[in-house]
Design a protein around this ligand. Structure first.
Ligand SMILES: NC(=O)C1=CN([C@@H]2O[C@H](COP(=O)(O)OP(=O)(O)OC[C@H]3O[C@@H](n4cnc5c(N)ncnc54)[C@H](O)[C@@H]3O)[C@@H](O)[C@H]2O)C=CC1
Ligand SMILES: O=C(O)C1=N[C@H](C(=O)O)C[C@H](O)C1
Length: 324
């Protein structure tokens, strides 16, 4: 990893962008990256390669296919079966050169049990739908197969309880982008260090995601909970932008990323509106999450091998251990 500083002539507004030119690298830029000299942090994806077998559920979705592409590069073994909707059951799809058979909801249990029998060191990666989170996690826990849950939504308390009760190893994170998670962790530390520091301030939050995203940003909700600990009152709705025309015109999403982006804006203002602070983290494409997911798989494989006592992890655990 290398870090290069550049003189900042305007206040720092952290903006996160995937570097579209190189899927294995990501960059932190100050705001308006096209116009200003960047303050750049470049991180290379882990080069550690191991043939951990993974089953990617939702393999032909945006995240599923990005994970498979990253898994190919990392040398993981992609198992040839995936959960999908009933109407796709029996189809074989080709994802980044891997032929994968889709299995519908009615055959999930037997397919997973026999696959786990054949590949006892397999790990499941789940990027399906918010409505499937709990049913899928229940099944992974029933069979006893470790998993990485990237899918957002569902009943999160129930999810953690199921995994905790089953003692299955899992990484659960609605945000797999390690650099975005680092920002979230910093917010959390700020909230712990300075509870109430923004007492009386009001907050407006705007998020833009591809039109197909069904739920409100889980990341925005996590950032808001930190602001609340800092004393900010937030009884407003998160402003969700799902219309591609607005995405281009209001928040400047590049055309090529209308189908896959995550832009987040947080506007804080003091009582009387004499002080304002703004934060944003903007991601184009899926590679940041796919790379974080591969790191999560490798991390989990190590934890399983070392028979770690702790069973449930998040991306902050991975960031911490990766930085030792
Ligand atoms: N944790 C993270 O960092 C990130 C999480 N996400 C979350 O991942 C999830 C998927 O996102 P995308 O890939 O963008 O969505 P997508 O719509 O492109 O993919 C969804 C996939 O689920 C599959 N699916 C539909 N019905 C199914 C069923 N009954 N059983 C199994 N699979 C079924 C679809 O065939 C498709 O492959 C969403 O919850 C999203 O919020 C997305 C990006 C990053
Ligand atoms: O669906 C997405 O795209 C994303 N979902 C996650 C969320 O809801 O926070 C992470 C990121 O925003 C992309």
């Amino acid at each position: 990893m290398w870090v290069q500083g550049a003189e900042l002539k305007q206040p720092l507004k952290p903006t996160f962008l995937c570097n579209p030119l190189n899927s294995n690298r990501t960059r932190f830029f100050t705001n308006h990256y096209q116009k200003r000299k960047p303050f750049v942090v470049v991180m290379s994806m882990s080069t550690k390669s191991t043939a951990v077998p993974i089953m990617v559920n939702g393999c032909n979705g945006k995240m599923g296919s990005s994970v498979i592409m990253a898994a190919n590069s990392a040398g993981l073994q992609i198992l040839p079966k995936s959960f999908g909707p009933e109407y796709e059951a029996g189809n074989t799809v080709k994802v980044c050169g891997n032929e994968i058979k889709i299995h519908g909801p009615s055959e999930r249990d037997s397919v997973l049990a026999s696959l786990y029998d054949e590949y006892p060191n397999m790990i499941v990666v789940d990027y399906t739908l918010p409505t499937l989170v709990n049913d899928n996690a229940d099944l992974y826990c029933k069979v006893g197969v470790p998993f990485v849950m990237g899918t957002t939504g569902g009943d999160r308390d129930r999810l953690y309880k199921t995994v905790d009760d089953s003692k299955v190893y899992a990484v659960i994170s609605p945000q797999m982008g390690k650099q975005v998670v680092a920002f979230l962790a910093a917010m959390d530390m700020m909230a712990e260090q300075f509870p109430g520091a923004f007492s009386g301030y009001s907050l407006h939050v705007k998020e833009s995601h591809q039109a197909a995203k069904l739920d409100t940003s889980a990341t925005a909700k996590a950032v808001i909970s930190c602001f609340k600990k800092l004393g900010v009152s937030f009884d407003d709705q998160i402003e969700m932008i799902r219309d591609p025309k607005e995405q281009k015109e209001l928040v400047g999403v590049p055309d090529e990323y209308l189908s896959g982006h995550a832009f987040h804006f947080y506007y804080l203002s003091s009582p009387g509106k004499t002080v304002s602070l703004e934060f944003q983290h903007n991601v184009c494409g899926r590679s940041i999450y796919a790379e974080g997911t591969i790191d999560a798989v490798l991390f989990l494989a190590e934890k399983i091998q070392s028979k770690a006592d702790k069973r449930i992890y998040n991306i902050i655990d991975i960031l911490r251990e990766g930085n030792k």
